[in-house]
Design a protein around this ligand. Sequence first.
Ligand code: SAH
Ligand code: SF4
Length: 400
Amino acid sequence: MSVTLDLSRVAPAIDAQKPLINLSGLTRPQMVAALTESGVVEHGKAKMRATQIFRWVHHRGVTDFAQMSDVAKETRARLADHFTIARPEVVERQVSKDGTRKWLIRMAPGVEVETVYIPSVGRVGALCVSSQVGCTLNCSFCHTGTQALVRNLTAAEIVAQVQIAKDDLGEWPSDKEDRLLSNIVFMGMGEPLYNLGQVADAIEIISDNEGITISRRRITVSTSGVVPQLEALGDKTQAMLAISLHATNDALRDVLVPLNKKYPLDQLMAGIRAYPGLSNARRVTFEYVMLKGVNDSPDEARALVKLIKGIPAKVNLIPFNPWPGTDYQCSDWAAIEAFAAILNKAGYSSPIRTPRGRDILAACGQLKSESEKVRASAMRKLSMAAMAGVLDDDEDEAAA
Ligand code: SAH
Ligand code: SF4
């Protein structure tokens, strides 16, 4: 009797050296392709299987293939040979008196990011996610800007920030009513438009109706003004746009947001006017940090009204959050209110963003010092070899 081996059913050899692909970072079409390529799932069944697995990961929030009770045991074992759905490690968790929560997440040795959950009034709450570790742009008022770029985050690492927040908030399965986590803002560390590919994949995953299901209209991407990427951001993600404006003339914006030298205000404003999908129902948010004696005069408020005329917009006035070593100060409350009044009179809604989580250094632009402290202690424990990869960054930080 002869035995034949059906080679089409033999999975490709597993390379023990290769890191496992994290399925959490794959969009559903990408997951279909990965499942087929790995040989774990037959081509004809890949779409159905991908949706099933996607639901387990992003709707139920499971972190172990063994929990996928309606997937055959043998398939689960083979999935685990090729892929992972594990979370990165939460190194530190802090809860503010006002309910703000902050997690320091270690994606890899020396690669740590902060993610902040900001509860709002009522039942909504926003998660502020990071897109990079550090930032290449040195906005003069921003603490993250004093930290050199370590690297871009992957889609899996961006999605992991949402998963970890949902773990902590007890928000699985994801279709719970009255969700605590209802909005996502890319306002953590880094410039999202310098990592658009991964940010766009992460948005596709987070907004997928089979998973976390946060609608794209509830996802806001904040940029310092990378003009050539604005159109692609709108086309790829349909996310809401926020622009870190902070100044109404090029001379001042060159100082506050040095990227302005590359893409000055006339280019930036033209790019915003052309943002796909902009309408009264989908307005752009202009962020404006209030810096005492720098950009907070009534004249500047009037210049702002003129600059954004005709654009469906709201203005978000952000009281400056000071950090150790900065020369800037936050504007007086009266100056902020006078500024807001001029905007309101011109018909712009201009909420003043109440600083949240200040006691745990979780406010905008402060996402640096805590992780540095932790990193310093982690560094001491790391082997010399592992340290080599983060040394540049730390030297930069020491000089900053
Ligand atoms: N890199 C992107 C997104 C992250 S910064 C961007 O610049 O838009 C998120 C927001 O926080 C930006 O509007 C930024 O200008 C603002 N910000 C940075 N440092 C701040 C600080 N110290 N106080 C208040 N807002 C700050
Ligand atoms: Fe980077 Fe945004 Fe900070 Fe500027 S404000 S340094 S772009 S994180």
